[in-house]
Ligand binder design. Structure first.
Ligand code: RIB
Length: 298
């Protein structure tokens, strides 16, 4: 059961601070190391570490950050034959993590900006043969749309960040996976009201044409919505130290379990435990569990 991620690969430069600076303020921080990130790569690694065969379609630059950005993808056994090294810088995320766990993330797309329709076409076989294609919002809209066109398997979309993609491509998502904020923005992009409770947002997205919706609600768990039912999923109670990439671990783990044959509610319950595991450790990919790691219980 194979999965293809068409998405971003970043080097994450993380600085730990007591609190976030205000505009014009200089603060001292710690850390400053580069670790592997990017929403696409994070989701690919999360699924691969749990045992799903994953092929990555994406790009790195030809700079010093390419190696640390792809280190965990390679370690996790992700098929890297469709990752191109291009004449550009590797995608870079500048992340600050405050003592209270809150983070800010600034992304320089670099090589990820070249993953457009022509790029995806060069790797069409990887997309066409996958049973599940997982997409995010960190590549150009025409690359996103082309991947949806080529996909013959199930398409799962985590539109983070929320970018303008063609309506038809977006509605192919089954499920659309989003946090509350993103769900509101997607609804507004569809010309609908983006305010409301998680249940209202999920129902409105279903009414807009999505076959299914998974809303991630942080420490409050998740909401799985189909035309038949809305199911609330709890999240284990844990002490969070760094939430960067937690949503990506949820998406990767969810797809892993869908490919194993789980229902959406069971897959989301498992993914919620994986997300809780990841927030108890620093970084994105370095915080993801492998087969055999003990996950927090619901
Ligand atoms: O979702 C977390 C990710 O967002 C980070 O790894 C960073 O690279 C940005 O893409």
């Amino acid at each position: 059961m194979s999965m293809c991620v068409v998405g971003s690969i970043n080097a994450d430069l993380t600085v730990n601070v007591e609190r976030h600076p205000t505009p014009g303020e200089t603060l001292l921080g710690s850390g400053g190391g580069i670790t592997a990130g990017g929403k696409g790569a994070n989701q690919a690694v999360a699924a691969a570490k749990l045992g799903t065969p994953v092929v990555m379609v994406g790009a790195t630059g030809n700079d010093a950050n390419a190696d640390p950005a792809t280190a965990i993808l390679r370690e996790a056994g992700v098929d890297m034959r469709h990752v191109e090294e291009v004449e550009d810088v590797t995608g870079l995320a500048v992340i600050t993590v405050a003592a209270n766990g809150e983070n800010t993330v600034l992304v320089v797309p670099g090589a990820n900006a070249l993953v457009g329709a022509e790029f995806v076409d060069r790797h069409a076989d990887a997309v066409e043969t996958a049973e599940l294609v997982l997409l995010q919002g960190e590549i150009p809209a025409d690359g996103f749309a082309r991947a949806v066109e080529l996909a013959r398997g199930r398409v799962v979309v985590n539109l983070a960040p929320v970018v303008d993609v063609p309506r038809k491509s977006l509605l192919a998502a089954d499920p659309l996976m989003a946090n509350e904020h993103e769900a509101g923005l997607i609804l507004e992009q569809l010309g609908l009201d983006g305010a409301g409770t998680p249940e209202e947002l999920a129902r409105r997205l279903l009414d807009a044409g999505f076959a299914s919706v998974v809303l991630t609600l942080g420490s409050a768990g998740a909401l799985v919505a189909t035309a038949e039912e809305l199911t609330h999923i709890d999240s284990p109670k844990v002490e969070a130290v760094d939430t960067v990439g937690a949503g990506d671990s949820f998406a990767g783990a969810f797809c892993h379990r869908i490919l194993e044959g789980d229902s959406m509610a069971d897959a989301a319950a498992f993914a919620s435990r994986v997300g809780a595991f990841s927030v108890t450790r620093p970084g994105a990919q370095p915080s993801y569990p492998s087969v055999g790691d003990e996950l927090p219980e619901l």
